[in-house]
Structure formats: C-alpha cells, structure tokens
Design a protein around this ligand. Sequence first.
Ligand code: CMP
Length: 184
Amino acid sequence: MAMLLSNFTPLMTLSWRALFAFEHIPINQLHGSSTPSDAQKELEFFFPEEHTFALIKPDAATHKDEIMKKVKEAGFSITNVKEQSLTREMAAHFYKDHEGKPFFDDLVNFMTQGPSVIMVLSKENAVEEWKKLIGPPDPEEAKKTCPKSIRAQFAHDILANAVHGSSNIEQAERKWQSKYCQHF
Ligand code: CMP
C-alpha cells in the first residue's frame, strides 16, 4: 500500500481521507453525512427503527423492574416511560375496540385498580417483536407455547394478563398519539 504521504508531512495535519487514500485510486474510503437531515435519512436507511406502544398492567406493576429488564435485554430502547393510574374514561377509550364484549366492564374495572406503566418501545420491527416477547393473551396458552414470554411468567389469567401490546403499527401509532396517551 502506497500512501500519499511525503516524508515531511506531519501526520497530525492530515485528514483521515488523506491518510487512508490509495495511490492512483481517486475514491474516498470514508463517508460522513453532509448535513443533519442527511444523517437522519442515512441512519433510518441502515438502522430502520419502529416504535410500539407497550403497557404493564396493574396486576404486573409490582414486577415492572424485572419486566423492563427483559425489555432491554430483548434489544428495545425505552424511548418514553411513565407510571399512571388510568381513569375509567381513559380505560374505556383505550379499549374501545372491545366495547360490547362480555368482559368489557371487568376489563375497565381491572385496568383502573392501580397504576400502569406506559412505555414507547423502539427497535427494528418493534410491533411484531414486542408481540412475540409478551406471548399470547391467555397465560395458559403462553405457558405451553412460549414459556419464556412475559405473559407466561407474570400473567394471572386472560383478563389480568400482565402486559398490553398493539396488534399492528397503525394501532401502535393511534395509541401513543391519541389525546388520551398525551396524558400518559
Ligand atoms: P390485551 O392484549 O391488552 O387486549 C384486550 C384485553 O382484553 C386483553 O389483553 C385482556 O386483558 C382482555 N381479554 C381478552 N379476552 C378476554 C376474555 N375472553 N376474558 C376476559 N378478558 C379478556
């Protein structure tokens, strides 16, 4: 390798491109983003991040440290977190897709019985990865099919099932951008 260095050029005065340039090859060996907005675009291209909405329910709030440790070990960043007791209005709005189902009133009662831990999680493919980490809604099924999942380890039953995860990216965005989640 012949570097473009004269014997008299002090190394400290050379840029890295000059230091690592190959003779007769007019290319740059190193790239750096030109502007902050280029940097953002280039980062999103190589490290595509998705956000999802996650909630530790009142029955599992006492295990929040263990659950958050698992979340981090699974490679998520916890971009936002707060602990909050849901009002009946908030719980009913949060689960409005389940209104009319036989368990709806029990669900609202359960969700308002103590503080929840509300999080925005970020990772590549975050929505699907979080669903995988929590396991199926019924802990009996979770114990059989995904014994290491959060619900297998911390859920009590299909109602008090420890954690919530959005089903898809649209629902995740709706939940963490809704006016109710701005209280969170
Ligand atoms: P979650 O994944 O947060 O979404 C809807 C919630 O409704 C679910 O977790 C449970 O807490 C609750 N749920 C779903 N199915 C039933 C059921 N059959 N009986 C009681 N609660 C349920």
